[in-house]
Design a protein around this ligand. Structure first.
Ligand SMILES: NC(=O)c1ccc[n+]([C@@H]2O[C@H](COP(=O)([O-])OP(=O)(O)OC[C@H]3O[C@@H](n4cnc5c(N)ncnc54)[C@H](OP(=O)(O)O)[C@@H]3O)[C@@H](O)[C@H]2O)c1
Length: 293
């Protein structure tokens, strides 16, 4: 039986910085449990649960946004100088709130290249890309703040509306093969659900400040694309070797192929007992079909 003291209640208020793909999904999930959730966006919109926060234009949330806040989740990437936009603009403010918990969405890019080997939270980060060095810097800023921070390292995020299926139907896909190259990934629903699971069972487990959220089956990109075509009933185009494809890829797209790692979820799924909703890309992509007309 669940200890009631550990459960999230309708008194809990989440302020989510960065109401993008994951932040918005998390907000919707946590509202289903009766909690309040406000999300930030860089410009005004019609969503009554949204507020404006733009670190570059120094547009800061109004005081009322923080009234009664118990939890904060940041989904905002590093700024161009490698600093954390939320801490840079609001560290004093949020350190003076009575927060139970602060979550930060980071990336598994901080681990760098492992030549296809498994990597876990116990491994020292060895960022290879400049953006991953910036990310590691932001993680450190959060860890060194006076906040009760938990960091979630994420591989490629996909879900309904942002998946291989949309890439295929929008003709934005290149079928690329590189020997032994794998990628790890996570469905957006598992990001939200895993965080909620950890919050609901917070007092049962030893605290882990850094946790990977990844699915069970890192694999080649071509395997995922082939399955996407199969689900859509379309014929996959001929594959291209990476060396040939390189000339059609942007520098950022190329950079993803320079790192090869399998991200372990053992801490989350074995030690802490989280059960993935979508344990692999097959399960996850079938769910993404709901968004395709
Ligand atoms: N996408 C991936 O595959 C992936 C993989 C691993 C980790 N991550 C990281 O995980 C986090 C969530 O990913 P996501 O794909 O869900 O993110 P996303 O959809 O790109 O959303 C990012 C959010 O950050 C906000 N933002 C960006 N710069 C800002 C600034 N200077 N001031 C205020 N707000 C700012 C954006 O505001 P607007 O809503 O106004 O645009 C948006 O709401 C991000 O940090 C991302 O880098 C992503």
């Amino acid at each position: 039986m669940k200890d009631l003291a550990n459960q999230l209640t309708n008194k809990d208020k989440f302020v989510i910085f960065g109401g993008g793909f994951s932040g918005d999904y998390f907000a919707k999930s946590i509202r289903k449990l009766g909690c309040t959730a406000l999300t930030s966006s860089r410009s005004t919109n019609n969503d009554p649960n949204s507020f404006v926060f733009n670190s570059e234009k120094n547009l800061l949330p109004e005081e009322s946004i923080f009234a009664g806040v118990t939890h904060i989740l940041s989904c905002v990437p590093p700024d161009k100088n490698g600093n954390d936009p939320v801490l840079k603009s609001l560290q004093n403010k949020i350190e003076n709130l009575s927060l139970e918990w602060v979550g930060y969405l980071s990336t598994t890019g901080v681990y760098g290249n492992t030549n296809g080997n498994w990597v876990s939270e116990k491994d020292q980060p060895k960022p290879f890309q400049e953006r991953s060095q910036k990310r590691l810097n932001c993680e450190k800023e959060w860890i060194h703040s006076n906040l009760p921070v938990q960091i979630f390292r994420l591989p490629g995020i996909y879900g309904p509306g942002r998946s291989t299926l949309e890439a295929i139907t929008n003709n934005k896909i290149k079928v690329i093969h590189k020997d032994n190259q794998v990628f790890s990934r996570i469905h957006v629903a598992d990001i939200a659900n895993a965080i909620i699971y950890l919050l609901q069972n917070k007092n049962k487990f030893d605290f882990h400040q850094i946790i990977n959220i990844a699915d069970d089956e890192p694999c080649s990109q071509i395997e995922v694309i082939r399955y996407g075509y199969q689900l859509l009933g379309l014929k996959m185009p001929e594959k291209m070797l990476f060396e040939e494809a390189k000339k059609y890829l942007s520098p950022i797209a190329q950079s993803f192929w320079l790192e090869n790692r399998r991200v372990s979820n053992k801490l989350l799924c074995k030690k802490l007992g989280y059960k993935l909703i979508y344990k692999n890309y097959q399960e996850g992509l079938k769910n993404c079909l709901i968004n395709i007309n």
